[in-house]
Design a protein around this ligand. Structure first.
Ligand code: GLA
Length: 356
């Protein structure tokens, strides 16, 4: 029995249902890695293990490489979760996308302090350098790509930058370029990404574009943009997505779709209370609408074969998704390719079909 058939047999046994003979990573093998976000606990689950062996060629730790986990106190490192994920990837010949080194969230306060007082720019950048050297250095040669800076651009307002971020408040925009330089020094072969959400929205898109253009002009070692694919049944539209991919491709950057999930609900970040009561019933017709959206997205990626260099889903199956908790706690969502019992959804088949 070849490897794929062995995995299929064990999957059918595990779930007691027939799975199709199609493999996502197989279909994308000649194009780009297909990945999913995981944590080290999920990887102990034999169903997840089987799905990874059949369908994915890459993974991303959802939280275990973030600063609050890896360096909760200055110089005290916790690598257990990240090490387990990297070991799983190596055992199963999966690529690892590291996520994320510099972010305004999930970063412990000590980064911004110096002996209990607000740190100077020099001290903050030193903290950043040591953190990046420790983490990128540890996984050198094992993590092929990093989200170096996450979400540094503002959604609206006068400034391009997220001015409320403590990184920005202490170091100004310079921390962004420095983060890339340190990551490049720590592992010159790693592919370095700027990663952000809602970049299909025209206003945010232009802010990100100007920032990236400036960084490239300064010679900052940055090779790609991670477009967080926290999308929905409504947006981005085909036009919005095409314009976005075209714009970033024009900078000569690689594009990876990171954090992909397709919510049943509108993007509600600033409208949470308005829609809290709304509850969409999951049924065949909504599953078909979602599948059509996935088909549109992947057909669009096909239009940019030299530019798209990876797609990562933010989770594996609908039984575990952050969208059950955000932006409305306890509201069930069904954003991924596999259902709550790890079965292939219409969206899964739409993605496979988009590659024929
Ligand atoms: C953002 C971050 C991710 C994750 C998701 C929500 O997109 O980049 O690390 O926290 O939000 O799960």
């Amino acid at each position: 029995m070849n490897k794929q058939l062995c995995v299929l047999a064990s999957l059918s046994f595990t779930f007691n249902f027939i799975v199709s003979a199609q493999s996502l990573s197989g279909v994308f093998a000649k194009k780009y890695p297909i990945g999913a976000a995981v944590n080290s606990f999920m990887l102990k689950d034999s169903s997840i293990d089987s799905l990874f062996r059949l369908h994915f060629s890459s993974l991303t730790p959802d939280n275990e490489m973030k600063p609050e986990v890896t360096e909760p106190q200055e110089g005290t490192f916790h690598w257990k979760g990240a090490d387990a994920i990297v070991a799983f990837a190596q055992k199963n010949h999966l690529k690892v996308r590291g996520h994320c080194l510099v972010w305004h969230q999930q970063t412990p306060e000590w980064f911004f302090l110096d002996k209990g007082k607000k740190a100077s720019k020099k001290v903050l950048l030193q903290h950043m350098k040591e953190h990046i050297f420790a983490e990128v250095g540890r996984y050198k040669g094992k993590v092929y790509a990093w989200d170096v800076v996450n979400e540094a651009v503002s959604d609206n307002g006068k400034s391009i930058y997220r001015t409320e971020s403590p990184w920005y408040q202490i170091a100004g925009k310079n921390y962004i370029a420095q983060a890339f330089r340190y990551a490049h020094q720590a592992d010159p072969k790693a592919v370095l990404f700027y990663n952000d959400y809602n970049v299909f929205m025209p206003e945010k898109r232009m802010r990100v574009y100007f920032m990236l253009k400036e960084l490239l002009k300064e010679g900052v070692p940055m090779q790609g943009i991670g477009i967080q694919g926290h999308w929905s049944l409504y947006r981005p539209t085909e036009k919005e997505l095409r314009e976005t991919l075209r714009l970033f491709a024009s900078l000569g950057l690689k594009i990876q779709i990171t954090e992909m999930d397709v919510s049943l609900y509108h993007w509600e970040k600033n409208e949470r209370t308005m829609r809290t009561g709304e509850q969409i019933v999951w049924n065949d017709s909504i599953a078909k609408v979602q599948a059509d959206r996935y088909a549109m997205f992947f057909h669009m990626f096909n239009e940019f074969p030299k530019v798209i260099s990876g797609v990562t889903f933010w989770g594996v199956a609908d039984n575990r998704t952050w969208l059950d908790h955000y932006p409305v706690e306890g509201r069930k969502n069904y954003p991924l390719l596999f259902d709550t019992l790890y079965r292939e959804k219409p969206a899964f088949h739409a993605v496979i079909e988009s590659q024929r």
